[in-house]
Design a protein around this ligand. Sequence first.
Ligand SMILES: Cc1ncc(COP(=O)(O)O)c(C=O)c1O
Length: 459
Amino acid sequence: MYKCLQVCNLTPSNGLLHPKVSLIKISANYRVGERVRLIVPRKSTELQGITDHHRTKVARNVNLERLQKNYLFPEISARELEHMEKYPDAKIISLGIGDTTQPIPDIVAHTMSDFARDLSTRKGYRGYGAEQGNKELRKAVADTLYKDVAVKDTEVFISDGSQCDISRLQLLLGSEVSIAVQDPNFPAYMDSSVIIGQSGEFQDNMSKYKNVQYMTCKPENNFFPDLSTASRTDIIFFCSPNNPTGHAASYEQLQQLVDFAKMNGSIIVYDSAYAAYITDGSPRSIYEIPGAKEVAIEISSFSKIAGFTGVRLGWTVVPEELLYSNGFPVIHDFNRIVCTCFNGASSIAQAGGLACLSSEGLKAIYSVVDYYKENANILLNTFASMGLKAYGGVNAPYVWVHFPGSRSWDVFAEILEKANLITVPGSGFGPGGEEHIRVTAFGHRESILEASTRLKSLY
Ligand SMILES: Cc1ncc(COP(=O)(O)O)c(C=O)c1O
């Protein structure tokens, strides 16, 4: 049940005792005196999903207890629902969750359907494939997407998407490593770090976990952390082009990052899920930087290049040159993790991936990328014409808009109330995202144009 209250003297927390309303759970960031959304459980134990049924004697994983509830997208959905109840005729347009909308190109979809149909024949049936992925696809990824940086096909591990590989990498790294993340950041790095036990407690007053280095990436520092003040960590999660800021790190910035990792003996986990959107000459892979193979693992995905968010296909590159402190190659351990915890990506999806990387497939998927990039350009120009500072959008399907002095949830609420548009409050990506919203360009053109018109008349 949802209830809005005026709150006072509360501190942000997952669950806390309110002087007037027994046990409540805060479902959004807030300030004292501001209207907030509260979930009021029927029973206090519901607060933690605890029921009166039979209990096992198994203790809950303490790391999962430490994990903060992810309120961002559930809260956005709840607010959208509430808005629809209030204005049933409102034509809501979502510029929120970064999911693709354009159909998968014909050549790719047909290859998958032919492959699937062949599975019903004696001749075409295939069972388990190699855990590391189909040889042809590994080679196609290496030869097509890494042709100038000499990644070997045996260093490419095909996966069911990069989010899944982030967690498999955490399993590889274990709980003892120290980590750094960009702030703001894609939440999967931080949450998987907490789950595996790398972080300390969440500090409510800072909205940060202890023992994690948050590397601020703001317009003031050209969305690149000041490495001269950063302390050493074992692992550095780095995403470029970045979700949510849309910033693609320059060659010089990535050179600095690689040098920093080398000097400190750190490993970079480099997320290039949006590399296909880069058009300004910024590196599409960390391996364009000399020496990067000795310090970096790269994760990537077909999701945002080919509309495979539902099909599920990605890859991870672990170079042979990447060694632990004892000289043992990381690739051998990753191979073991993949063989143990993953049994290979869907053969149908891999057939689709191979079609994407054919010359006809590449043409088709890049034309969809161009379509989204044009959407991003429309959004970028819209915010610029409104006199707002907007970032990203050039090398990424996200536009990151600054509303100086405003809280991001307030901006979200105002745009929803007045323009029937769903955006994403920047604070959902970390404390460094406050005062910003993220809008996605993954919509249909007519929705983007309509959203642009509404935004211009709003401000
Ligand atoms: C930066 C980044 N990495 C990884 C992912 C997950 O991609 P996949 O669909 O391959 O799991 C996303 C999805 O939005 C993302 O934004």
